[in-house]
Design a protein around this ligand. Sequence first.
Ligand SMILES: [Zn+2]
Length: 306
Amino acid sequence: MVARAVGAPLVIGIDLGGTTTRAALVDRDGTIHSRHEFDTPEHSEQEVLAALDDAVHELLDDRVLAIGFGVPSNLERGSGRILRATNLPLDDVDLVSHASSRFGLPVAIENDANVATLAEWKLGAGKGAANVMMLTLGTGVGGGLVLDNQLYRGWVELGHVVLRADGPPCHGNCHGHGHIEAFVSGTAADGAAAELYGDGNDARVLVARALEGEGRACATLGEIAALLGAAIGSLANIFDPEIVVIGGGFGEAAGEFLLEPAQEAARKEALYPADRTLRVVRAELGENAGLAGAGLIAFEALAEAG
Ligand SMILES: [Zn+2]
């Protein structure tokens, strides 16, 4: 049995990741209870669905009113059908129907970066702003948008915007070149660390050396920050966010080297008044953002179900 806040309405939030899946009970304030995590099965759709069913069963009791999933996939608009997950064997899957028929509860689904953005806006670094952009710098570069006080529910791939034509190849399934992700992701920082210090060194080493004041590490992070800022400035001229939230493993670890110079570089590219007011800030919820956001969309599904 798991401990819960007595009497509070709860939902189950599940953050399905390419490597790790997190599940928890979430209350209306986005507070997380009884969090647990497990390795995401990687071989078959049946295994993934069975693991998600188990995760729900483990948390389910009669105070749970809805279920929300954050998934690393683009989704069919309207139905929420998973079209194709990144790094997971989920192709054309109706997880909403699967879970709602199995558990008899309202079920919500949204892209994982979008739910993290929702959580940072409602509960974290973007609180109070009407327009927020989030960029997660991890293995790749993900992102999400809140526009006019609403989460934009489309497929937002802010990391795959061209920053330098004919630049280095992008990562993963992307066939493009010179995309934001190729310059400012954790993977890009891994490559820079290996180039500076030899194979086997990664972004963690780069940040650790910069913290020691090592010149080349500081200069490399400075270059990444300048490119991140240029990207943010360009995106800010489209979406006009008041706040840009930087999350993701690399983004948060390297925050003290990235945020200020990126804000300065972004303001150089941004149009008035963002050239004076645009703020680039660190995410506040860390890896709980996905879980809290999955919980928030579950409460939305509950409200819609009436
Ligand atoms: Zn790309």
